[in-house]
Design a binder for this molecule. Structure first.
Ligand code: PGA
Length: 255
């Protein structure tokens, strides 16, 4: 399947896997995806696995990413990890504003905007997550919610900065629920995201922007989702936890 933009298949392991489980996963996963060079593959484990994962991925076609970070360089911020600390161990991709950060840890658009700006000013790629809740969708507010999240999340950024961002559209009601959004809903939301970015940052940046879909992506639905015009990859939770399953997703294999 020929895509306009280089696909990115990203695993978000959330709060799963110990160090030894991560090592066991990689010992199988790296073989399963060896030689794939027409798409980007990314794994985001918890912080305690990151350093070792970077060592184990060295020389492979898979990159490690962080699930979150704070925006300050250092200071009295108990429990937080800075951009410099991630860069120090070789991490330059970071998920920002995941719906679990927004809803469980109460991250708001302003904080997410600071994290995105900080990631960019440190030369990192933020994977900026947006998405509506079920209530918002049922109230007909999806476009409004996505537009607001984009406007506030990217506030103050220059076009050149927006160029470095990846956006992940993840309808909150589809995350971890087994309910995938319909292909029409996904394409409509992705088109809207690209249109808004076009208004903010111009044609070139919008056309090059990679927009991932997230929310119950699995081998059985990845091929159809990836066939949509404005879908450039996937952010995968549950189905990324087994190496065979995520490798099939990376290959867009539905059986
Ligand atoms: P899910 O999670 O694939 O388990 O729905 C996606 C995500 O939270 O990024």
């Amino acid at each position: 399947m020929e895509k306009k933009r280089r696909p990115l298949l990203a695993a978000n392991w959330k709060m799963y896997k110990t160090l030894s489980e991560m090592e066991k996963y990689l010992s199988s996963f790296l073989g399963l995806v060896a030689g794939i060079d027409d798409r980007d593959i990314m794994l985001a484990p918890n912080y305690t696995c990151l350093n070792r994962m970077v060592e184990l991925l060295n020389g492979s076609n898979v990159k490690a990413a962080a699930q979150n970070m704070f925006y300050q360089d250092e200071g009295a911020f108990t429990g937080e990890v800075s951009p410099g600390m991630l860069l120090d161990i070789g991490i330059d991709i970071v998920i920002i504003g995941h719906s679990e950060r927004r809803h469980i840890f109460h991250e708001d658009d302003e904080l997410i905007n600071k994290k995105i700006s900080s990631a960019i000013s440190h030369g990192m790629t933020p994977v900026f997550c947006i998405g509506e809740t079920l209530d918002e969708r049922e109230a007909g507010e999806t476009s409004h919610v996505l537009e607001n999240q984009i406007r506030l999340g990217l506030k103050g950024l220059k076009n050149i900065d927006i160029h470095k961002i990846v956006i992940a559209y993840e309808p909150v009601w589809a995350i971890g629920t087994g309910k995938t959004a319909s292909l029409e809903q996904i394409q409509e939301a992705h088109r809207l995201v690209r249109d808004r970015v076009r208004e903010l940052a111009g044609e070139d940046i919008a056309e090059n922007l990679r927009i991932l879909y997230g929310g119950s992506v699995k081998p059985a639905n990845v091929k159809d989702i990836m066939s949509l015009d404005d879908v450039d990859g996937a952010l995968v939770g549950g189905a990324s936890l087994e190496p065979e399953s995520f490798a099939r997703i990376v290959r867009f294999e539905d059986n």
